[in-house]
Design a protein around this ligand. Structure first.
Ligand code: DC
Length: 228
């Protein structure tokens, strides 16, 4: 008998290291990594490209209905495709980053995204990161992590990342942007950023990425032993 592979939900605020951690955990377990933020970003990119008003729910929904968003693995690197066109870099632009929380506020948009995300996790063996995975998308996930860090630390990490890529970066502006996104993501009416009751909180402020990954892998091991 083969045991169904578990689903792992990783939620938390912007810049807490969710995607790096989720991807590493997925690689170690040979699970599929699903970046749900990238799905909202892809839609935002398309909405901006088509000059659709980000406050107009039905117009955005119409765009979503004709938009196929595919997360593909390209030699260990995740690629995001819109209708088979590679937008992996485009969805990280500051234009998309500053608008995505507004697009992600609409209930019709979230409902459709949640459906798509649930389908991807149907067979188990998924590490999914986002804001509402443990509470709404995968309420039955076998392991739920809520990953946090202080605003200062999250801004500092983004700053280092930009500098290491040779990109211009302003630490104070990053702090303001992250605080603003925290506020929008936590205060929205539908599926706000919130720790699920049964999620385990990891504050990564003074932890390395590897330490966080190891802590999660240990929890996976413990859970596997319990169901044996
Ligand atoms: O994780 P990220 O920064 O790429 O996410 C981009 C935005 O998408 C973020 O500001 C909030 C939104 N988001 C969401 O509302 N629900 C999710 N499950 C994932 C992201």
């Amino acid at each position: 008998m083969t045991i169904r592979r578990m689903n792992i939900a990783i939620d938390g605020p912007a810049g807490a290291g969710k995607s790096t951690v989720a991807k590493m955990v997925a690689d170690k377990l040979t699970y599929i990594y699903i970046d749900t933020g990238a799905m909202y970003r892809a839609l935002t990119f398309e909405v901006l490209k088509e000059n659709v008003d980000i406050h107009h729910e039905q117009d955005i929904f119409n765009v979503l209905q004709k938009t196929n968003i595919r997360l593909a693995n390209d030699n260990g690197k995740q690629k995001i495709l819109i209708n088979e066109q590679d937008v992996t870099e485009d969805i990280r632009s500051s234009a998309v980053t500053s608008q995505v929380s507004y697009v992600a506020k609409h209930s019709k948009i979230r409902e459709e995204m949640v459906k798509r995300q649930q389908l991807l996790a149907d067979d188990g063996g998924v590490v999914m990161d986002g804001r509402d995975i443990g509470t709404t998308v995968l309420p039955k996930a076998e392991l739920k992590i809520f990953l946090t860090a202080t605003v200062e630390e999250r801004a500092r990490r983004r700053h280092e990342e930009h500098l290491s890529k040779g990109q211009p970066s302003d630490l104070e502006k990053l702090k303001d942007d992250i605080s603003m996104r925290d506020k929008l993501d936590s205060e929205r009416e539908i599926a706000p950023l919130k720790k699920a009751n049964d999620a385990i909180e990891i504050n990564s402020t003074s932890m390395s990425i590897n330490e966080v990954v190891e802590a999660i892998l240990l929890m996976v091991k413990e859970r596997r032993e319990k169901v044996k």
